[in-house]
Ligand binder design. Sequence first.
Ligand code: HEM
Length: 415
Amino acid sequence: MRITRPAGDDHVDIDKVDLFDPGWYADGDPHPVWHWLRVNAPAHRQTLPDGRRFWSVTRHADACRVLRDHETFTSERGTLLCALDRGDPAGGKMMAATDPPRHALLREPLNHALSARALAQRSEMLRSAVRTALDPARDGGVWDLAAAAARLPMAFTGTLMGLPEQDWPDLIRWTWAAIAPDDPDFGTGDPDTTLATSHHALFGYFRDRIRHRDPARDDLVGTLLGIRLDGRELRLDEAVYNCYSLLLGANVTTPHVISASAAAFVADPDAYRRLVDDPGLVDRTVEEALRWSSPANHFMRYAIRDTTVAGRRISAGEAVAVWLGSANRDASVFVDPYRFDVTRSPNRHIAFGYGPHFCVGAPLARIVLRMVFAEMRRVVTNFELAGPVRHLRSNFVAGITRLPVRTSLAGGDGR
Ligand code: HEM
């Protein structure tokens, strides 16, 4: 998705805007539209040609309210627009599709296993994954930063989940196809077929892993299998849904934080220079990169009772899409929101969501991203664009799939 700075007075014919269209996020520019919506229609209802309808919420405060208020807005009927009004077979089984209080039973063990304290013991593995991902930078010359970033999450989540390295390329391909079935780079037929094929492959893969797993292994799949729900162990389908969600959560988000911030550094070399000059800015750069990229573009909820958001009446049963990328540009919360500011503080972004479903992988993502920016500033002195950028065709994940860059190296090759 392009990240632009709207003039503020752009003319928007909202009836002609299709917030559902995955192609719009690849070729169009949502920022002027989101800006317009925040000012003029912070709760906006769109009807699709087939009659399905959904609300869009674009302001920070309203986004937090919808995501926090699980008693009014459920996650159990689906959380993604691509499955609007189709129900969710994972409802009540997969953490992300389960409401409190049951949600806590699925979440707590993972929360513990993915805490900063637990991950401190894995820092060497994480650092090595980051160094390997940034290897192409060390050669200087032209390389595809988006492709390198795409390989990184598998190296840390795959390792933490105990998944063999030879399976990683397939798992990367299937997870990207599952979140962007409309993108020709990942398509294996029409979007519905691509989605079904990728789900089939991923669910089949995890069924086999769980069935043939060594129970003595200490990994995140073991953590999931140790969860007790309704006084019993997780059933196979529940365990599979949660493995899927964990892998997807990591694979399709983290790379875009890296590529979107590298693109921002290309556009504003002074921002990169500030980071290079001051190692104390790494933490703030991570938070700004999360706000800036907002890789999870939307999450959806269904109202389970009549309610009001931004002055509009929302009826029980209606779907509400929360646009995180818009909330993270809300000028009432962020000073100069269209500036990539590596010194920004405070930074109350909601790139990891808000409320009970706040990303369980956030501590892991933050540790890895800190390592990425620390390593980047050590190795690379400058980024230049070296070819056309390609944006992901998806209304769910805002991302870049191709970012050819030419990097200049810090003295020596940084090895
Ligand atoms: C920069 C990286 C990441 C971003 C931007 C991100 C974003 C998000 C967001 C916005 C949510 C909230 C979903 C909702 O409200 O319905 C979420 C939940 C979740 N994320 Fe992440 N995520 C990232 C990294 C990860 C990683 C590394 C993992 C796995 C290790 C992960 C696994 C999950 C899971 C399982 C949930 C569901 C949590 C729950 O329902 O309680 N994510 N993520």
